[in-house]
Design a protein around this ligand. Sequence first.
Ligand SMILES: [Fe+2]
Length: 152
Amino acid sequence: MERNIVWTDKLKVGIKEIDKQHKIFYKFVNHLLDECLASREIDPDNTRKRISKIRTFAVKHFHSEESLMSEFNYPYFKEHREKHRDILDRLMEYKIRAEYRELDRDSTLKFAYFLIEWFSNQTLNDDLKLANYLTKEVGFGRKLIIKLHEFF
Ligand SMILES: [Fe+2]
């Protein structure tokens, strides 16, 4: 069924700023979905802008997570960063395809659902693992919260 995606508390990892950023990611992907669901035709320029916005946000968000991982010697840093890089490549590929007018409504819709699925899996597995590590093994202090705020 084609529908908008709702962010739920089930996707929370328990670190306020990370959850806040994830929510924003969902919002941006939903804008892309909304556009596809609204009609049979999509505006290629809007599509490019929306994908670009998602990518720019993802870069910032991943940077937040990666600086925490590196600062606190997270043991799965490399694996996690690899996944970030893969999805950023994918976003770049689709941004370029949009620029070249290669994306129609259906392929964009499929990509938006792919992003939601990727992101939900990433949140519920890798990000939760990171959040648990930070919370339980390091202790998540006020200093870190301020650090994440700098990105907004
Ligand atoms: Fe994340």
